[in-house]
Design a protein around this ligand. Structure first.
Ligand code: NAP
Length: 249
């Protein structure tokens, strides 16, 4: 068991995949988890599963691409929860295509959902966290933001942006004992990667670049994220942890 002292966490993209695994892992450690996703059904199902397992959770549908919606949600949440101690910026989308075929809409949708959302949530939830002089922020980036990936100009730019944001905010918040770290997953089996993972030819090609020769599980990301959110990780900030089977060595 890690030490959490009854903390409260907000996890975006908690309806499915990696975010759901992070929410459930934190809840198992006694953390109250605010599960955010775009659809009410999706975050509602995660919160219901946590509660059914004896944990504490609340579901909130917020479109993280909409700064005004984040502001409204944060205001309501901070009335209900005096401090939100842990923020996991995990919600993300892909809109892949080679640059010359990429529309401005696909560029903007990915930047606003994956990167600008982190700016808004961190500004709003981070302020009371710094006042409380304890906090943990984990940004779920990607191997694509470290190595680049043909067909993902929008996504890799957003994920590299998250890494820069992580390092800068680690410096800005360090004096308040708020740590800011990033986790950079490789290929993890979720809805986001189903079409690659289930295509034998494509998956064989991908696995050529993965030294461990397998796809990762959502739990692989959830476990390190939970550690980074715990008391035990108090001396770690501004770091990017690759969890990618060795891809980005
Ligand atoms: P996923 O299975 O597609 O789930 C994405 C989650 O994000 C869903 O809960 C979705 O909400 C939520 N979301 C998407 N757009 C949103 C919006 N505008 N507002 C609110 N919530 C929104 O994805 P995943 O594979 O778990 O990925 C999670 C994170 O890890 C992403 O940031 C992704 O870029 C990153 N990542 C994943 C991989 C991988 O291989 N899977 C690799 C590297 C990085 P709904 O449930 O309501 O649709």
């Amino acid at each position: 068991m890690l030490t959490f002292n009854n903390r409260t966490a907000l996890v975006t993209g908690a309806g499915r995949g990696i975010g759901k695994a992070i929410a459930e892992t934190l809840a198992k450690q006694g953390v109250t988890v605010i599960c955010v996703s775009k659809s009410a059904d999706s975050c509602g199902a995660t919160a219901a599963a946590i509660i059914a397992a004896g944990g504490k959770a609340k579901a909130l549908a917020v479109d993280v691409a909409d700064g005004a919606a984040i502001a409204k949600a944060s205001e309501e949440l901070l009335r209900e929860f005096p401090t939100i101690d842990i923020l996991v910026n995990n919600a993300g989308i892909t809109r892949d295509g080679l640059l010359f075929r990429m529309s401005e809409t696909d560029w903007n949708d990915v930047i606003s959902t994956n990167l600008t959302s982190c700016f808004h949530w961190t500004k709003l939830i981070g302020r009371p966290m710094t006042r409380a002089r304890w906090g943990r922020i984990v940004n779920i980036a990607s191997v694509s933001g470290i190595m680049g990936n043909a067909g993902q100009a929008n996504y890799s730019a957003a994920k590299a942006g998250m890494i820069g944001l992580t390092k800068t905010l680690a410096r800005e918040f360090a004096g308040r004992s708020v740590t800011v770290n990033a986790v950079a997953p490789g290929f993890i089996k979720t809805d986001m990667t189903t079409e690659f993972v289930n295509n034998p030819e494509v998956s064989a090609k991908i696995l050529e670049a993965v030294p461990l020769k397998r796809f990762g599980e959502a739990a692989d990301i959830a476990n390190i994220t939970a550690y980074l959110c715990s008391e035990e990780a108090s001396y770690i900030t501004g770091q990017v942890f690759s969890v990618d089977g060795g891809m980005a060595m």
